[in-house]
Structures are given as structure tokens and as C-alpha cells.
Write a protein that binds this ligand. Sequence first.
Ligand SMILES: NC(=O)c1ccc[n+]([C@@H]2O[C@H](COP(=O)([O-])OP(=O)(O)OC[C@H]3O[C@@H](n4cnc5c(N)ncnc54)[C@H](OP(=O)(O)O)[C@@H]3O)[C@@H](O)[C@H]2O)c1
Length: 257
Amino acid sequence: MKTEVAIVTGGIKGCGKEIVGQLVAQKVHVVTNYRKDTATAQQFETEMKKVGANVYTLQADMGNTDDVSRLFDFVKEKYGYLNYFVANAAATAFKPLLDIKPHHIEKTFAITITGFVLACQRCAELMKGQNGKIVAISGYDTHTYLPRHGILGAAKSALETLVKYFGVELASLGINVNAVNPGFLATTSTKIYMGDLYEAIKKANEQLTPVGGVTAGKEIADVVMFLLSEKAKWICGQTIRADGGLSHIQPLALPES
Ligand SMILES: NC(=O)c1ccc[n+]([C@@H]2O[C@H](COP(=O)([O-])OP(=O)(O)OC[C@H]3O[C@@H](n4cnc5c(N)ncnc54)[C@H](OP(=O)(O)O)[C@@H]3O)[C@@H](O)[C@H]2O)c1
């Protein structure tokens, strides 16, 4: 059987790492990238090699157009084609909108929007005849107010719109484009960013989420894998909320616990 090839952005930690793990379990060769944490990237690549997985970690900033090209050029030169693309990496300046400067907006949109558009254009080239699949990872800041998430929420909302448009425009090329919108993720970076508030926020999310608990990414990766499969062929340009029902809950309406 022909080797299947995936690009997963930001796949050395958090949710992206779970997605890479599930892809390599299906013998897919994965190219992933990171922004600056070379030590973790090298450690991850070594771990993957030890278990016989084909994973390549490249330093490539999704906010830099030359780096995005380099990531796809690597796949073009090594394999000549691509089956799956998962746009997972995200970064922003977490600040109230009144403190936001133009460069914060530019950087956030460069990663989430410009990087995604360029990547999808390269997918159109490399996924020809492959029944390719593209999945973007959005976030609950698109539909729920989260303090200091104004710019990222705006960028992710625009990302969901692009998913709709690419879904339609790439359908005739046999490429399926969708997104997953997770709720709270219990990842290392969430812990770092929330600091002392992390445990309390995690506990509140565990209590509020109707299906119970929080995810560190495994359940999100499960949904991504479904969207990367032929079983999801009839889903086109959609954003699937995978949040355990959290977005249905109005906290003030809950009885005191
Ligand atoms: N965390 C949450 O609560 C939450 C909730 C809903 C949705 N999401 C979304 O889920 C996705 C994954 O989140 P996560 O918490 O698992 O992420 P994470 O742990 O912060 O990991 C992000 C990875 O992306 C890489 N990255 C960041 N900016 C990059 C850039 N400009 N170019 C290339 N790589 C870059 C990082 O590289 P370095 O390690 O080198 O910095 C890191 O390896 C994101 O799209 C996020 O917006 C997160």
C-alpha cells in the first residue's frame, strides 16, 4: 500500500502531539513543525524513531510565509504528494483589546489566516489525485467570551469562515476541508498561560462539561481522525464543536454544588 503522508502544524506537544500519535499508529508518515522549542522537538523525533514511526520535526513559523513554503517544499521533495493537512499551531498575545498593538494583530492573523491560506494553496497542489483531507483547529473563543482572547477569537472566527470557503472551492479537487472547535484543553501551554488560576479553571470546566471531565487532546484527535477519514466525505466546510457539550451550558443557571 502506498505510504500516506501528513503535515500537522505544532505537533510536538499538546493537542497536535495527540493527532500525530494517532496518525503514526495508522502508519502515516508525519511532518510536523514548531516555532522555537527545538529541545522538545528533537526529543519527540527521537521518541518517534524509537517506536519505528516516521516523524520529521522542522522549525518553521506558520506566521512566516517563507517558512510555510519550506514546510510544504520538504514534503514535495521527499514524497511528491500529501494526503492530510492539520492546521493546529496557534499563538497570540493574550491581552485585553485595549492593550492590543498592531503587531499583535498582524502576528496572530499571519499564523492563523495567512499561513492557513498559503498552506491550503499548497495542499491543492500536493493533494491532486489523493482525496486529500484538511482539518483546522479552531477554539471556543469564537463563540464564548474568554478574557484576553479578543484577537485570537477574531482570527479563529475568520479561520472558520475560510474553512467554509475552502471546503466549497477545493471540493471539486476531491479535497475535503473541515474544522474542529474544542472547548477547554488541559495542555501544558494552557497551564503556563493560566498560571495560578489553572487548577481552579480546570476544575470548573470538569464540573460544567456535560459529558464530564476535560480533555488533554485525545478526544479532539479522535474527531480529527474521523474528519481525515473517507467516512467524513459528506461533511464539507463545517466546524464541529467537540467540547463535551460545554457550549450548551449557562453556568449561572446551574444549581449550587
Ligand atoms: N489550549 C486550549 O485550551 C485550547 C482550547 C481550544 C482550542 N485550542 C486550539 O488548539 C490548538 C492546539 O492548542 P494546544 O494548547 O495543544 O497548543 P500548544 O500546547 O500551545 O502547542 C502549540 C504548538 O504549536 C507550536 N506553534 C505555536 N506557534 C507556532 C507558529 N507560529 N508556527 C509553528 N508552530 C507554532 C508550538 O511550538 P513551540 O513549542 O516551539 O512554541 C507548539 O509546539 C491551537 O490551535 C489552539 O488555539 C486550544
